[in-house]
Design a protein around this ligand. Structure first.
Ligand SMILES: [Zn+2]
Ligand SMILES: [Zn+2]
Length: 211
């Protein structure tokens, strides 16, 4: 049984997720923790629950999703994985971090690349990688069939979709990713987005104003 813990970090109110199962192994998705206090929030939770993080995986590499990667990598000595097409976005973060009020950016090394069809394992659990570009060129999402959820990043939100006015964004590609990859999942799948509250595939198919 996977437990999903949600932290809301940095001024962008970004959702960082920590997934762990009964074995105690955990994966961290999109760690956006920036200052010492935010970092302590997630590490205190990990310690209080006796968890063993095994990997950091990102849906994409916009600044609000990558601020805590380097610190957590160092603390737990675990690999970080990203889709190769988002590597240029990660490399660009340090050039614009100060424009958003972040005085420094600790750029993490990418250890392995993820692509559609890959599976991420932790404990007795696994997540399937799907490719959903548009908000970012290398945006991926993580699907769990047993518990019927998708960790969707900034692709599909409650009554909204990801913005596409950032470098590498492509509105038509985003709509097509949602139609062909997310809206083909069963209606009862829960979507854990990169911002704001949870939703379901069925609710968005019915109510999302972009479709
Ligand atoms: Zn984003
Ligand atoms: Zn975001």
């Amino acid at each position: 049984m996977i437990h999903i813990e949600n932290f809301v970090f940095n001024p962008f109110a970004e959702n960082t997720y920590l997934l762990h199962d009964d074995t105690g192994e955990a994966v961290i998705i999109d760690p956006g923790c920036y200052d010492k206090q935010e970092l302590a929030e997630i590490t205190d939770y990990i310690e209080a629950n006796g968890l063993k993080p095994v990997q950091i995986i990102n849906t994409h590499a916009h600044i609000d999703h990558v601020l805590g990667i380097a610190a957590l990598k160092r603390k737990y000595r675990i690999p970080f994985s990203l889709h190769a097409l988002d590597e240029p976005l990660l490399k660009a973060v340090k050039s614009y971090a100060s424009n958003y009020g972040f005085s420094s950016f600790d750029e993490p090394e990418i250890d392995t690349y993820l692509a559609e069809g890959d599976t991420v394992h932790f404990g007795n659990s696994s997540l399937k990688v799907i490719f959903v570009p548009g908000h970012a060129p290398g945006h991926i999402a993580f699907v769990n069939e047993d518990q019927r959820f998708v960790m969707g990043g900034d692709v599909l939100f409650h009554m909204s979709i990801g913005r596409t006015d950032l470098p590498g964004g492509d509105h038509n590609q985003l709509l097509s990713s949602i139609r062909s990859k997310l809206f083909t999942l069963p209606d009862d799948y829960t979507v854990y987005p990169g911002h704001m509250q949870l939703t379901t595939i069925g609710f968005e198919k019915k109510n999302n104003p972009f479709f």
